[in-house]
Design a protein around this ligand. Structure first.
Ligand code: ADP
Length: 267
């Protein structure tokens, strides 16, 4: 079973959310803390490709709760990135609703949506997107400077096992290390939602496992709702819940009785 009470020191400081989660899970022995974070109702997304409409999402209904780790599994083109982009406020649905802690994202204008992303959402993409001319510490500072209660870069880097790399430039790190910095950067603002789009897509298995360990640790220790999109079925074993997307619809939803540790995965 998931350790619902495992909020680590880096996240405990200043994190009312982690405390609330612990209190709730303590009051409900043996059950998950079910705080809804995001609600998705009847969401569709179509793109006008010029040669006709592409239906990327064809009616998604979802409830995503505090602390859970959800893997979105599906082949290329099944709609995983589109769904993450909508959840993270990078784009808007063509139809349907997405609510964050009870507020419809539709009600946000462009500026409010940007503010939502900045405060509440951490993104990790397949490409690391670190700024080459800034050190690791400066890359993290850049994202957290407008956050309310960010972690210090050193704390975030310790979470992903890279405390000693703070003064390096991205080019002085391996690909896997750069991706772990990207995870540290995403989590340092203490987001409510961590969205990871094929985070291991550009690295080998051993490196990918280390990246997944970093994501797993952030999810467990900070209690951050985490969604990870991948085509890699092996990764599904580390989730609480696996949603399989086929052609823009959830074809299968399944809970893992037990989460496998990232270090036990291979592909
Ligand atoms: P996945 O992440 O599972 O690979 P995507 O969400 O990226 O899938 O894409 C779903 C479908 O939507 C695909 O057919 C893709 O080509 C299409 N699509 C995604 N983004 C756009 C876009 N900006 N413009 C046009 N079509 C898009």
């Amino acid at each position: 079973m998931t350790d619902e009470t495992g909020a680590g020191a880096a996240c405990r400081d200043g994190s009312d959310r982690a405390q609330a989660r612990i209190a709730l899970s303590n009051s409900l022995p043996g059950s998950r803390a079910m705080h809804p974070v995001q609600l998705v109702r009847g969401v569709r997304k179509s793109y006008d490709s010029g040669g006709g409409l592409i239906h990327a999402l064809r009616g998604i209904d979802l409830e995503l709760v505090e602390g859970e780790f959800v893997v979105l599994l599906g082949p290329s083109g099944s709609g995983k990135s589109t769904l993450l982009n909508l959840l993270g406020g990078l784009d808007r649905p063509s139809a349907g609703r997405i609510a964050f802690r009870g507020t419809d994202l539709e009600s946000f204008d462009r500026r409010a949506l940007a503010d939502f992303r900045r405060r509440h959402v951490g993104f990790v993409f397949q490409s690391y997107n670190l700024i080459a001319s800034l050190t690791v510490r400066e890359n993290i500072d850049l994202v957290t400077e407008r956050a309310e209660q960010p972690m210090a870069p050193a704390e975030a880097l310790a979470l992903v096992g890279l405390a000693e790399r703070a003064d390096r430039f991205p080019a002085q790190l391996s690909g896997g290390e750069q991706q772990r910095v990207a995870v540290a950067r995403a989590i340092a603002k203490r987001p409510d939602v961590l969205l990871c789009d094929e985070p291991t897509g550009a690295v080998d298995c051993a490196t990918g496992v280390r990246v997944l360990e970093a994501i797993e640790r952030c999810n467990r220790e900070c209690g951050t709702l985490t969604l990870l999109a991948t085509h890699n079925t092996a990764i599904a074993a580390m989730a609480d819940r696996v949603l399989t997307l086929v052609d823009g619809s959830i074809a299968n939803a399944q809970r893992n009785a037990q989460r496998k540790a990232a270090r036990e995965l291979s592909w």
